[in-house]
Design a protein around this ligand. Sequence first.
Ligand code: HEC
Ligand code: HEC
Ligand code: HEC
Ligand code: HEC
Ligand code: HEC
Length: 302
Amino acid sequence: VREAHKAETEKPKDGGGDKTAAAETGPSDLVVWGLIGVVVIAFIVILVLNKVIATLERLLLKNKGLVLEEEEVEEKPAVDRLATLKKLAKNKKLVFFVVLCFVIGSGSWTWVTMWNTHMNQGYQPVQPIKYSHELHAGVMKIDCQYCHSGAYKSKNASIPSLNVCMNCHKVVKTESPEIHKIYDALGYDVDKGTYDSTKAKPIQWVRIHNLPDFAYFNHSQHVTVGGIKCQQCHGPIETMPEVFQYSPLTMKWCIQCHKRTQVNGKDNAYYDSILAAHNKFKKGEKVTAAVLGGLECAKCHY
Ligand code: HEC
Ligand code: HEC
Ligand code: HEC
Ligand code: HEC
Ligand code: HEC
């Protein structure tokens, strides 16, 4: 059992850091079915062995010339099912085995459940405007940075304001009811081409990815310093007509990637500055907190 589990959990390692998300959803169905299979096979083996032992014992007695006549008489009521169960219950090895299976089973269930707390993988709420990443980021190839520039330079990726949409939709698809939702939200009058802020009522996009407040996650550290592609964590966003949560976003998911991903320190401004500070220490020069990034907004602000 342990071997099967080990093989399963270690397998994704060969895939390197780039295929992490899909594989890290905890022990898979394969492990569960493997466990059940092993239990069933072990059970059959025990039953067969019991039969063999009984036969051997009888043979032994026979050889000693001690064939018991009553045995045949006694064997008939044993056809009754309860008697068989009672007989099985007397078998200490079997009882121990069943208890062991139960402990392993409930143990793995608890383990999987604990790892998957706060899991919202696959969450796909309906958004107030039918905005499609498949169309904008996929077909039209608009760079993620155009709308989520925050992901490259700060903690939060941020959702673009509707003014970004207006760069195009002031003239594109002006007749579409979906686009009119943008106009209404900004208090924009298509015919006059004027904005009336008193009529504006902001669009409430439904947040999809959401870590609990006690977990600190910084986009720029991963995207800009770590050089990790958005798709590695968010999946093929450019093929999604509606965004859904691709990765589990569990602590296990964070930890496993941290264990497997090699940090790129070459031509990396972040590590160049750390090395520079290191050298200053060595030479006994003055090093301030500012040199170590203590002036970056995201170091202090959530
Ligand atoms: C034209 C602007 C635009 C572009 C380009 C764009 N997005 Fe978005 N993105 C949005 C808007 C608007 C939302 C909020 C509505 C939604 O969830 O669909 C959003 C939502 C998201 C979300 C979900 C946010 C949440 O609530 O958790 C992710 C992840 C995301 N985008 C990633 C990407 C990636 C990766 C790319 C590049 C491949 C990209 N986006 C390109 C506008 C854009
Ligand atoms: C770079 C230009 C550009 C930007 C920026 C842009 N769009 Fe679009 N959008 C388009 C084009 C082009 C189409 C497709 C027109 C077509 O189907 O012929 C489109 C289509 C749409 C549609 C489908 C309309 C329909 O009825 O078929 C929606 C909804 C939409 N965009 C919402 C948004 C939102 C919300 C934003 C801002 C987060 C945004 N767009 C930003 C160019 C843009
Ligand atoms: C290392 C994994 C990882 C990478 C790489 C990553 N994201 Fe995220 N993203 C997350 C997590 C985790 C959250 C939830 C953050 C939270 O709730 O505090 C998130 C949230 C978001 C959101 C919701 C708004 C927000 O800021 O919380 C958007 C939009 C988004 N990401 C876009 C992007 C884009 C665009 C890229 C690429 C430039 C990207 N992400 C790269 C893990 C990642
Ligand atoms: C796809 C792989 C990947 C995933 C998933 C991932 N990380 Fe990271 N993370 C990295 C890498 C690579 C670095 C090192 C970046 C660098 O060079 O500083 C890093 C660094 C960090 C750091 C140290 C940053 C600093 O300020 O020194 C924190 C904190 C962190 N990650 C939190 C998280 C959290 C929280 C999650 C889960 C929500 C997460 N990470 C998911 C790859 C990942
Ligand atoms: C060394 C930590 C640190 C750094 C770096 C830092 N801040 Fe702050 N910032 C704070 C603290 C602490 C407060 C709260 C001060 C108070 O309440 O009087 C604050 C307050 C603010 C406020 C006022 C918020 C409010 O609601 O009153 C803004 C805006 C702000 N910071 C923006 C920034 C920006 C932008 C940067 C990056 C250029 C930055 N901060 C860098 C620690 C920091």
